[in-house]
Design a protein around this ligand. Structure first.
Ligand code: NI
Length: 138
């Protein structure tokens, strides 16, 4: 039988407005309890920090943009060419008359992949963007 993991209690001082906002959000999301929520947030934070340090990560960058916007397609292509070692493949879907969806499969150092994703997503005219990182199992 697997042992139940040990738990610890700790006290935290936090801005009251911030805590109220957090409590409201948990209620909205039907979180079973605050301990569970804080635990999930800490776990995600640790995973994300480790991704940045990792030498060998894999993931996808998804973005939606309007290809009619002046120079946008060229800018996004130029950024991707700066990271040709990290980009494995790229799929472009013509979503609507003006909007395109692009999914880029990436592999490499976590911090470098995040830098690429940030550059693409922060480019003016990109309507939505998201980086999803996973591990190569090591
Ligand atoms: Ni397109």
């Amino acid at each position: 039988m697997k042992d139940k993991p040990k738990t610890s209690r700790f006290a935290v001082s936090i801005n009251t407005d911030l805590l109220n906002e957090f409590n409201d959000l948990l209620k909205e999301k039907n979180y079973p309890n605050r301990s569970q929520a804080v635990q999930d947030i800490i776990r995600n934070y640790i995973i994300e920090e480790k991704w940045d340090e990792a030498e060998n990560t894999m993931g996808t960058i998804t973005m939606v943009f309007n290809h009619h916007k002046r120079n946008l397609t060229e800018t996004l292509t130029k950024i991707q060419h700066d990271y040709n070692d990290e980009i494995i493949s790229n799929t472009h879907v013509h979503l609507t008359h003006e909007n395109c969806l692009e999914v880029i499969i990436v592999k490499g150092k976590g911090s470098k992949i995040r830098a690429l994703a940030n550059q693409l997503i922060q480019t003016k005219g990109v309507l939505h963007g998201k980086l999803t990182l996973t591990t190569a199992g090591e």
